[in-house]
Design a protein around this ligand. Structure first.
Ligand code: ADP
Length: 408
């Protein structure tokens, strides 16, 4: 039995899950979650218990630590206090390792890494590429290292799964020397999710992952598409940062870069304001005033025109990526929806793939709307492309990757 603590530290949050992993359990098994908790002070985020958790947890203890850095009485002032509070709630006896979600691994990290001083320095070097995320991830690692001396710490990167992208798929068509000097490159994110979901899709279809080409659609607050060829990422919609690609809860996704110059020149907006506009006040919230798909769907049902348009823009963007990745892959076996929206919004799944029957992509209405929660196929039985819904489990993927590093 191995016990793994998975930490996901954001700027104002600390989420943890503690897994007991019986010997011999692989990524496709359900881990026994012993404890789970979250701390968050960012009201823009929807942080209920992840809709994705399909494992049947044995919750021996759970903990929530709230509002890191806020001035409320009793609020933890930093990640050290938040982790200490979490540790007071749960027993970390016999801990095998700690797995940390790290957002940006740049081109440096193609796989999870056992943390040492050199790895910490390399993560710190990548802060300019992920100015909000990597500092919080680093803080989490440093705190865990000092509170749990002697326990191996492993960094698992959101970008690593996409390091199989070809140069043609990861190169932006700008001046090559400038790109090289400043690290302008398609890195891609949500890698742990695309990895586990593409493998679980192959398992659902009863086929070896090496033989299956899948488009995975991770639709949560952040959203990204990934073309996975035989288990390897060959295309993904997020790029240098998580801003590119699909329409998200608060992020614009793809747009004409000249919009930025225009807002700067004509509207006189400082760059920091444009950054905030595109990351926090765009996407669904920008179009319809709400970032939660549940609320958006309810508004749309009452005839709200802004909500209807936001829904169309959101689904159309997904369809465009499906078409592009189908063309890139040449042969497509499966399309898989995952994360909060992907797993729970049949209306989005149906609208995003509407009109693609000639490509062999059909959603069966009854299967799509059935109130099931596990991994399932929602296309008709004989459809050329299997359309699937597969719950993601990034924490479990981090736990198993962590154990893989420690065992190596
Ligand atoms: P995160 O990206 O923060 O991990 P999740 O994957 O948990 O997010 O997805 C959060 C999103 O999922 C929320 O914006 C919410 O609107 C959406 N969501 C959750 N449940 C449903 C549902 N039943 N129907 C539609 N959308 C849902």
């Amino acid at each position: 039995m191995s016990r793994v603590l998975v930490l996901n530290c954001g700027s104002s949050s600390l989420k943890y899950r503690l897994f007991d992993v019986p010997a011999g359990h692989g990524w496709n098994a359900a881990g026994g979650v012993v404890a789970r908790g979250a701390a968050d002070s960012d009201p823009a985020r929807d942080d209920e218990a992840p809709a994705a958790a399909e494992v049947e947890p044995v919750v021996v203890a759970s903990g929530v630590v709230e509002r890191i850095g806020e001035s409320e009485p009793g609020a933890p002032q930093n990640h050290a206090e938040a982790l200490a509070a979490a540790m007071a709630e749960i027993s970390l006896d016999g801990l095998t390792a700690v797995g940390h979600r790290v957002v940006h691994g740049g081109l440096t990290f193609t796989a999870p890494a056992l943390v040492d001083d050199a790895v910490l320095a390399a993560i710190a070097d990548l802060v300019p590429l992920a100015p909000l995320h990597n500092p919080a991830n680093l803080a989490g690692i440093q705190v865990a290292r000092s509170l749990l001396p002697g326990v191996p710490q492993v960094a698992v990167f959101d970008t690593a799964f996409h390091r199989t992208l070809s140069p043609a798929a990861s190169t932006y068509a700008i001046d090559a020397e400038t790109a090289e000097r400043y690290g302008i490159h398609r890195y891609g994110f949500h890698g742990t999710s695309h990895a586990i979901v593409s493998r679980r899709t192959a398992a659902l279809l009863g086929r070896p992952v090496e033989e299956v080409n899948t488009i995975t659609l991770h639709l949560g607050n952040g959203a990204s598409a990934c073309a996975v060829e035989g288990g390897r990422s060959v295309g993904t919609s997020m790029g240098l940062s998580p801003l590119e690609g699909l329409v998200m809860g608060t992020r614009s996704g793809d747009l004409d870069p000249a919009i930025i110059f225009h807002l700067h020149r004509v509207a006189g907006m400082p760059l920091s304001e444009i950054d905030e506009l595109l990351n926090r006040r765009s996407g669904l919230v920008g179009l319809a005033g709400v970032n939660d798909m549940r609320v958006l769907l309810a508004k749309r049902a009452t005839g709200d025109r802004a909500a209807a348009l936001a829904f169309e823009v959101y689904c159309r963007r997904i369809r465009s990526y499906v078409g592009a990745y189908y063309a890139d892959l040449g042969r497509l076996d499966a399309i898989t929806f995952t994360a909060g929206v992907g797993e729970n919004a049949p209306a989005v799944r149906a609208a995003a793939l509407a009109g693609l029957d000639r490509l062999g992509i059909v959603v069966d209405p009854a299967r799509n709307e059935a109130p099931e929660r596990g991994a399932r196929v929602i296309s008709p039985p004989d459809a050329p492309v299997a359309v699937c819904v597969v719950p993601t489990d990034e924490e479990w993927e981090i736990a198993t990757q962590t154990l893989g590093v420690v065992a190596a």
